[in-house]
Design a protein around this ligand. Structure first.
Ligand code: PGA
Length: 251
């Protein structure tokens, strides 16, 4: 059985003070939740958010990192730095990193290997653009991103990581993929995992959907057999909506 996981990606939102305030408000609302909960604040808030959640089931993830341990890489942070700031997870290859900052699947692969070497669990994001879906290229794009972004990993490791399918056209647009569209791609990702790794990796890897997830659509997504959780942007910024998503019920 794969444990459900809900991830909040705060992107470039919330100062240190706001981050602490948020997790303090969230804590009492999620005590009966049965899923893994991960919050991903900006770098500056990692340490404070991690201290504020020490006695809880909330785990902290970074939104990116660089693959070297140290050196002349202005603006970057290393896996060890994220780990010492209290992170257990790291989001890699988010479409905003790919599109705005030129992240490639090759660099995601290097980052994933470095994250794992430091003891962090990567959450690797993949997803097609609207034009690519319209022209029937979804599987080609996802397949390419998958093979290249996971190139440095072994079947053993893939069993423990998290992948997030985030169609670019659904991020921040209010246009959620239907549960059927998401399930179809998730099932393709399981197939790709068998082909590139093995059956056990495919059975164990947790697959998240991301893109306009809200309290209103969480249950219909979680009911799908290959959807193990969600990566939430906008709706993770408000305590109430994020708590509702975490406390989802399958009806
Ligand atoms: P959204 O963002 O929930 O605001 O669509 C999701 C994401 O970018 O991870």
């Amino acid at each position: 059985m794969r444990q459900p996981v809900i991830v909040g990606n705060w992107k470039m939102h919330k100062t240190i003070r706001e981050s602490i305030h948020f997790v303090e408000q969230l804590k009492p609302l999620i005590q009966s939740a049965s899923c893994d909960i991960i919050v991903s604040p900006p770098f500056t808030s990692l340490s404070a958010a991690s201290k504020a959640t020490l006695d809880t089931q909330i785990k902290i993830g970074a939104q990116d990192l660089y693959w070297e341990n140290s050196g002349a890489f202005t603006g970057e942070i290393s896996p060890q730095m994220a780990l010492e700031a209290g992170c257990r997870y790291v989001i890699l290859g988010h479409s905003e990193r790919r599109i705005i900052f030129g992240e490639t699947s090759q660099s995601v692969s290097k980052k994933a290997a470095a994250a794992i070497a430091a003891g962090l669990i990567p959450i690797i994001c993949l997803g097609e653009k609207e034009k690519e879906r319209q022209s029937g290229k979804t599987h080609d794009v996802i397949g390419m991103q998958f093979r290249q972004s996971l190139a440095s990993l072994t079947p053993e490791i893939v069993s423990h990581i998290i992948l997030a399918y985030e169609p670019v056209w659904a991020i921040g647009t209010g246009m959620t993929a239907t549960p059927q569209i998401a399930q179809e791609v998730h099932s393709y990702l399981r197939q790709l995992t068998i082909e590139m790794f093995n059956r056990s990796a495919s059975d164990n890897v947790r697959l998240l959907y991301g893109g306009s997830v809200k309290p209103e659509n969480i249950s219909s997504l979680m009911v799908e057999k290959d959807i193990d959780g969600v990566l939430v942007g906008g709706a993770s910024l408000k305590v109430e909506s994020f708590a509702k998503i975490i406390n989802f019920e399958i009806r």
